[in-house]
Design a binder for this molecule. Structure first.
Ligand code: GLC
Length: 596
């Protein structure tokens, strides 16, 4: 009897261990639910679940019922009018009401790019973009920022963010450098875990959780020349070493979705690469969520649209961000299955994965927005955390004669530069609209406003766009850098300061006033020739709405602690330049950052 008992104990330990090792994304109960639903679904209903449509392209509301879309998204700037949290919740609930009127009442999953806060929504708190979050080296803080973003997104009903971007940026000419946490796979992995856990919480069906999306699989940050949607020309060992760790980390953290990359690996479009999506991601790494395409990305595959669909679905894409011509997509995919060009088992696998995420999210039990959360959007508590993120993202590259921190009771401070008093510029792309824009686009505090609030009443703060009028000031603060852009619109072959900034610096040089330069930028800029004219240089990346965070460091309430997440090149000829390169000789190395 004792022997049998001992065997049973060993077997139960083995079983527990194997379960622990697998730590599956799903449960037997969910799979049973999916089996039941799948067995009732028609081919049309299954293909509908694989279809994601942008809100702007739904021809008539009835189409949500007729085609049974699995998902609806708001691409950058696809906002309700008025752009208020309540209007977002109304939009979401109206679409969900239609979805529940389909034959089987399968709820939609609504996706959006909440990539630095709920950034499409006016009044939401906007966090620093990922490159600044990478500079914090503080995964706990980054996780907290994503928990807050999840609350603000959930308040509007939306279930799914297309983030974190786990690109490893290897060439600063890339317009999406700022969406990456940096050039180091280790840093990206650490932040990927933090963001997935922050967005998804401990349980996806928690009302404060949303499902995350690790993107863009794979190698989007490694294209030759930093060309957006270009070609990543590396061997498999390098691809795995540099660009895969972020996905391994995200999958271990339980990420529910992964987005394929527009880019190619050695000439093969990722969206059509069965080895990458099915063999590597789903097979070797055991990813059990679903793979979504990027925006109309399958249209870039070689061949006509029908063959694009066949290639992408057979490669392992589970949901297609069409996002417009949904009738054509649906009719073609149905025909492909009926003609045997796409197997029924592939369709069932895709739909199983989609339903798995929907069940995990608790969408069937709680399909509507949680309006009790609406007052949380843009609240002071959230803004204080974002302000801490700003502070900790700042990287001090130069501080001659310890000019920083500045006293709060100077007689006069002259602030200048195109980015000193512009909330749109300090937020960057993916803010209210796809590309972002200059101007007073949302609620927040500009850098100039933060400086004015920080100094004593006897200090006079003056401002000019171009640095004129600085003569006689105790110190000049010039806020320079980039204007907003997103994706391929940000690809640049020359990262020098623009003419506005050079004019500002020249005017300040003539005024012969100690000068503190702050860079609002999505990436390192070429400032080698101007460095001598700067007494201090502080990189603020794209800090978002809480400009106070910069004043907190300028005046010494907090010391700068940020570290470069990317190498800072001396000139364009050094790019690409990354830590570990032979003859590595940047202006400032990866990990550099001064403090007080
Ligand atoms: C864009 C981006 C992707 C984004 C998607 C939806 O083209 O490549 O990052 O999530 O479309 O807006």
């Amino acid at each position: 009897m004792k022997r049998i008992w001992a065997v049973l104990v060993v077997l139960s330990m083995l079983f527990a261990c194997s379960n622990e090792l697998n730590d599956s994304f799903t449960t037997p109960a969910i799979e049973k639910e999916i089996d039941r639903l799948l067995s009732q679904m028609t081919l049309e209903e299954k293909v509908g679940q694989m279809t994601q449509v942008d809100i702007r392209y739904i021809k008539k509301p009835e189409d949500v019922i007729k085609y049974g879309f699995g998902s609806i998204l708001s691409g950058g700037g696809a906002t309700p009018t008025p752009n208020t949290p309540e209007a977002w919740a109304d939009l979401y609930d109206s679409l969900q009401t239609l979805a529940l009127r389909t034959r089987l009442g399968i709820p939609i999953i609504y996706g959006i790019d909440a990539v630095h806060g709920h950034n499409n929504v006016k009044g939401a708190v906007i966090f620093p973009h990922n490159i600044g979050m990478g500079a914090t080296r503080n995964p706990d803080l980054v996780k907290k920022a994503c928990e807050i973003t999840a609350v603000e997104v959930a308040a509007t009903g939306i279930d799914w963010t297309f983030g974190p971007c786990v690109a490893v940026t290897r060439d600063e000419r890339w317009g999406r450098t700022y969406e990456s946490f940096g050039e180091s796979p280790d840093l990206v992995s650490e932040m990927a875990k933090a963001e997935v856990e922050g967005f998804q919480g401990t349980s996806l069906d928690d009302p404060l959780s949303i499902v995350a999306c690790a993107k863009h699989f794979i190698g989007d940050g490694g294209t030759t020349g930093g060309v957006d949607q270009g070609n990543t020309e590396v061997d498999e060992e390098t691809l795995r070493k540099i660009h895969l760790p972020g996905y391994i980390s995200a999958i271990k953290a339980g990420v529910g979705t992964i987005m394929a990359s527009y880019s190619s690996w050695n000439g093969i479009k990722c969206h059509g690469n069965k080895y990458l999506i099915t063999t590597l991601l789903k097979g070797e790494l055991g990813f059990e969520g679903f793979v979504v395409s990027d925006w109309a990305a399958i249209d870039q595959l070689p061949g006509d649209y029908r063959s694009d669909i066949k290639t992408a679905i057979n490669a392992g894409i589970d949901m297609v961000m069409v996002p417009d011509k949904y009738e054509e997509f649906i009719s073609n995919l149905i025909d492909l299955v009926e003609k045997g060009d796409v197997s029924q088992s592939r369709i069932d696998d895709a739909v199983r994965r989609i339903l798995r995420v929907k069940f995990k999210l608790g969408l069937f039990e709680n399909p509507f927005s949680n309006r009790d959360l609406l007052p949380k959007i843009g609240c002071e508590e959230h803004r204080m955390i974002a302000r801490q993120c700003v502070r900790e993202s700042l990287v001090l590259l130069k501080n001659k004669n310890n000019i920083l921190p500045l006293p709060k009771n100077l007689k006069r401070i002259h602030v200048s530069g195109k980015n000193a008093d512009d909330i749109g510029n300090q937020c960057g792309g993916w803010t209210i609209t796809w590309q972002g824009s200059s101007g007073n686009i949302t609620d927040g505090t500009t850098i100039l406003q933060g400086i004015k609030k920080a100094v004593s009443s006897e200090t006079k703060v003056t401002y000019s766009f171009d640095g004129s009028g600085a003569e006689g000031a105790d110190v000049a603060i010039a806020v320079l850098g980039e204007r907003p852009y997103a994706e391929m619109k940000g690809d640049r072959q020359d990262l020098s300061l623009d003419s506005d900034d050079l004019r500002t610096l020249e005017n300040l040089r003539k005024a012969n006033v100690p000068t503190v330069v702050i860079l609002i930028t999505g990436r390192p800029l070429i400032i080698t020739e101007q460095l001598d004219s700067m007494d201090a240089l502080l990189v603020a990346w794209l800090p978002g709405t809480e400009g106070d965070g910069i004043a907190d460091v300028l005046f010494g309430d907090f010391s700068p602690k940020g570290k470069l997440p990317v190498s800072w090149p001396r000139d364009m000829s050094q790019i690409p330049i990354n830590i570990g390169d032979a003859n590595y000789d940047p202006l400032f190395p990866y990990g550099f950052g001064l403090t007080y």
